[in-house]
Design a protein around this ligand. Structure first.
Ligand code: F6P
Ligand code: MN
Length: 346
């Protein structure tokens, strides 16, 4: 695997310098800003996604793009519901419905981005190759796993949408090309976590259709207590098996739903632990895709003070050479990821 030379660029994980003190202090001095108007006693305790990004100083086109993607999450959620109503007469054609759902969510997202005016190219797990959707002048390239874990839809487990936002080219390492990432979890609640390089923040979609801030600047502890291991035990390498056995001996609790988004979300919201989908004996690159799944989660996890590695190299330092590139992954709090690196180097 090619490695990225890197340019020494690192993003502040603590979001320092973003807010002028408390989140509600407001900036108000940004040129042309007008969102501060209308804040009153009633609204001041509710920070919605647009206001948060404005207060955090996220660049105007980027925040509009993130907002539009968050809105697509509402449409996707409606489609999931429509496809999984479990009504008599719908169930027996479910197999076809499920396939359609992957394609429909991809179409919704692609069309919305096409009309956004901010996106020049779109790459998705549902498509063979990266596609031009703008006029070439737009600033951003978007990568998407529009409906991760779609095979879980009929079980009523959580599923998700994963997005990476890049500048210039995706054929670089994430640390050079990525400017933001987000994921949406469709579970008992619909939640969205975004990072534009100034910390990782969680929003909940309320019943009025607003994304309301629930956790700001999420920070993982050094060490967690849960682990989420993908792949079959019989297919694991000896080094990986020894690592997992060590976690088991140390009393880590097994927490694996089979959906990448909720499994990662659990590590983040519980403030630590480990998710891994390792190299397998017959597939040394593992299963998960670098562009659509791993880079966005690595970006967010690093912003929350965690780490993500393929075993040898940070995920964000791995150079992307093909759209469908896969990679093993160990992601979560620092202690467990570092421990994985040590076991794999033996
Ligand atoms: O997108 C692939 C995916 O469905 C992820 O959501 C999940 O982490 C993984 O596959 C599960 O794979 P397996 O069934 O091999 O554990
Ligand atoms: Mn996926």
């Amino acid at each position: 695997m090619k490695l990225c030379p890197g340019n020494g660029k690192t993003l502040p994980a603590d979001g320092s310098g973003v807010f002028s003190g408390k989140i509600l202090a407001g900036r108000g001095n940004e040129k042309g800003a007008s969102m501060g108007e209308g804040i009153n006693d009633y609204t001041k305790n509710i920070v919605d996604l647009r206001r948060h990004m404005w207060m955090a100083g996220v660049e105007v086109e980027l925040r509009r793009l993130i907002w539009q993607i968050a809105v697509v999450g509402k449409y996707i959620s409606a489609k999931i519901h429509e496809s999984n109503r479990k009504l008599a007469g719908f169930k027996n054609i479910y197999g076809e419905e499920q396939l359609a759902l992957d394609r429909v969510t991809d179409d919704i997202l692609k069309n919305k981005l096409h009309h956004s005016g901010f996106v020049s190219h779109y790459a998705s797990e549902e498509l063979e190759d990266i596609v031009a959707i703008g006029n070439g002048q737009e600033k951003y390239i978007v990568t998407a796993d529009p409906l991760d874990g779609s095979s879980l839809v009929d079980t009523n487990l959580a599923i998700g949408t994963i997005i990476g936002i890049h500048q210039k080219s995706i054929f670089d390492c994430g640390r050079n090309s990525m400017v933001a990432a987000l994921y949406i979890t469709y579970g008992p609640l619909i939640t969205m976590i975004y990072s534009a390089g100034k910390g990782a923040h969680e929003f909940v979609l309320d019943r009025e259709g607003e994304y309301v801030l629930s956790e700001e600047k999420i920070q993982l502890k050094e060490k967690g207590s849960i682990f989420s291991p993908g792949g079959l035990r019989k297919d694991w390498t000896d080094e990986h098996l020894k690592f997992i056995e060590k976690l088991e001996q140390d009393g880590y609790k097994l927490r694996y739903s089979g959906g990448f988004v909720p499994d990662i979300n659990q590590v983040l919201i519980k403030r630590g632990g480990l998710f891994t989908y390792p190299a397998l004996k017959k597939s040394p690159q593992g299963k998960l895709r670098l562009l659509f799944e791993l880079q966005p989660m690595a970006f967010i996890m690093e912003q929350a003070g965690g780490k993500a590695t393929d075993g040898k190299q940070d995920i964000l330092s791995v150079k992307v050479t093909s759209v469908n590139q896969r990679s093993p992954i160990y992601i979560g709090s620092a202690t467990e990821v570092t421990m994985a690196e040590q076991f794999l180097s033996n």
